[in-house]
Design a protein around this ligand. Structure first.
Ligand code: AMP
Ligand code: ZN
Length: 536
């Protein structure tokens, strides 16, 4: 049952309360989570109520903003398509993952208990979108003379490093396609049993025509099926498919295929789309709250995911489909194939012909957050320069917070500012509007610091909490300057310990410290003046 009880801390015992248009007096309230309350009313009964958070989010399915109510509050299930780990992630990929990090963080702030599943695609991804071309992992493995699983390991670790640099939170579960072959086979078997897929010579295809008779195949993008058929070319070598839009659920392995598994249809490997349907159902159930990914995935990958899930369990998998817009360079989508895909490391060091200089991870993150996730964002040196200035201004003000003196008098309404921040985020995670509100906080801090206005102890405490919540916990920014200062003091201590070890002729310890730091990317340099450190 759902009932609205206002927002925030308005759950006070004794206040009149409406459920199904009847007024009750609330006797006591037990807040299990910020989102869920068990209410004991004077009618003697207990009610479980969910709070209306006011969150609106844009649903690609309905093409409009909708009010968000989870299926099973306070739990929220969110599945996001993760990277294909056959090469380094570029900045465009990072934009999508940073956007969902923002969404994950804000849902948690609202008090939801979020299970965030983001997969790793480590098998079954062919170069073409229509089940043609080489396997991306096998091709890369040959090129780098490695095992496909070495490629997977290398680029998964690289992806995690980049996500850590951008201070994104790890998902709750990060399942891999190769770890869920059994689940994918089971799902394909059910789809065949239900009559929506067929096997030909070791390949299994999804029957789009059959499916379309009962379901709306183009529900996500609202395209015309006839047009799609007319625009889809027949592919040489794939004549065995019944229909042009049919796609592979299982692909027969060639003798030389490096990654292949046993299945009821012989040795082979799964098609790309089935992994997400199988893994989302396993960890979030046949029906869950949010499914996300980049906009480029909607037309094929997500359209096919919906079809697979419906054909298997007769359920739309996700109630909300969210798509992030693309990062572009001079108007062209950033991608590996277009050759404009900056690697995050190139951006940090400035080592790319299109870059004037390097930018810190938090500057890049701030730049991303200054655009709404559904707008395109064009990369340029000028835009990054502006973000660098803005981020420094924000951090400078944040660092003044501890230096402000409080007064009996107060000129500011921090609750109103907080309400504006919440309104911005409740409006489909509008981070640029949130940042504009945070610059109002910057103005308040600077005017109080300059002695031009006064703030009370109560309002200052609220302001500090607001900065903690919105700057650090929700936007996921961090102060790189103070981090470097902290690192410096820690390293000075370690350098002193090493010096002591050397003086005691404990060379084993002094070497251990030097080598250990080197492995962490920190180089020590001894000279007559003492020891200095630098990042490698
Ligand atoms: P991939 O590793 O190619 O499977 O992509 C991982 C994620 O990055 C997917 O959700 C893509 O939609 C997303 N993506 C790819 N290119 C861009 C881009 N230029 N801007 C934003 N997201 C992107
Ligand atoms: Zn996916």
């Amino acid at each position: 049952m759902q009932c609205k009880a206002g927002t925030g801390d308005n759950w006070n015992a004794g206040v009149p309360f409406q459920i199904k248009k009847q007024s009750f007096r609330l006797q006591s309230v037990d807040l299990a989570f910020k989102q869920l309350a068990i209410l004991k009313l004077y009618d003697g009964k207990y009610y479980i109520c969910t709070m209306n958070t006011g969150l609106q989010l844009y649903n690609t399915l309905s093409r409009k903003k909708e009010s968000f109510q989870p299926l099973n509050a306070p739990n929220v299930g969110m599945y996001v398509c993760g990277p294909t780990v056959y090469s380094d992630v570029h900045l465009g990929n990072c934009r999508t993952f940073m956007s969902f990090d923002l969404i994950f963080r804000y849902l948690k702030y609202l008090g939801y208990k979020v299970r965030y599943v983001r997969n790793i695609t480590d098998a079954g991804h062919l170069e073409g979108d229509r089940d043609e071309g080489d396997d991306k992992f096998a091709k890369r493995a040959k090129l780098e003379q490695l095992e496909p699983m070495e490629i997977v390991q290398k680029y998964t670790l690289g992806f995690h490093d980049v996500m850590r640099m951008f201070n994104t939170l790890p998902p709750s579960i990060e399942p891999t396609a190769t770890g869920h072959i059994i689940e994918q086979i089971e799902m394909i078997k059910i789809i065949i049993e239900n009559g929506y897929a067929y096997e030909i010579g070791g390949n299994v295809y999804f029957d789009v025509e059959k499916y379309s008779k009962e379901y709306n195949y183009t529900i996500l993008t609202n395209r015309n099926l006839e047009d799609m058929l007319n625009n889809t070319r027949e592919l040489g070598g794939q004549d065995e498919k019944h229909g042009r839009l049919d796609f592979a659920l299982w692909i027969k392995a060639k003798p030389e295929t490096l990654m292949q598994w046993q299945s009821p249809w012989g040795m082979g490997f799964p098609g790309w789309h089935i992994e997400c349907s199988a893994m989302s159902a396993k960890y979030l159930g046949a029906e869950f709250d949010i499914h996300g990914g980049g906009m480029d995935l909607a037309a094929t990958h997500h359209t096919n995911e919906i079809a697979q899930s419906e054909a298997c369990s007769h359920h739309q998998p996700a109630r909300f489909w969210m798509h992030t817009n693309m990062l572009t360079v001079n108007g062209t989508r950033m991608s590996k194939s277009a050759g404009n895909g900056f690697l995050p490391l190139q951006l940090f060091t400035g080592d790319h012909p299109l870059l004037k200089k390097g930018y810190s991870p938090m500057t890049v993150k701030f730049f991303m957050m200054q655009a709404h996730y559904r707008s395109t964002l064009d990369f340029s040196n000028d835009a990054l320069d502006a973000s660098e200035k803005g981020f420094k201004r924000l951090m400078a003000a944040v660092n003044l917070l501890e230096k402000l003196t409080v007064s009996e008098q107060n000129d500011f309404d921090i609750d109103a500012l907080k309400a504006n921040c919440i309104n911005a985020m409740n409006d489909d995670f509008n981070s640029p509007v949130l940042i504009a509100e945070l610059f109002e906080a910057v103005r308040i801090i600077n005017t109080v610091y300059d002695g031009k206005a006064k703030i009370s102890a109560v309002e200052l405490a609220k302001l500090k909490q607001l900065i903690q919540d919105f700057v650090f916990d929700i936007l996921g920014l961090k102060d790189e300057e103070s981090y470097n200062l902290e690192l410096n003091s820690v390293l000075e201590m370690v350098i002193d310990l090493r010096k002591e070890a050397k003086e005691n002729k404990d060379y084993a310890t002094s070497d251990k410290i030097r080598i250990g730091l080197q492995e962490l990317g920190i180089q020590l340099k001894d000279s007559k003046e003492g020891t200095t450190w630098s990042k490698v």
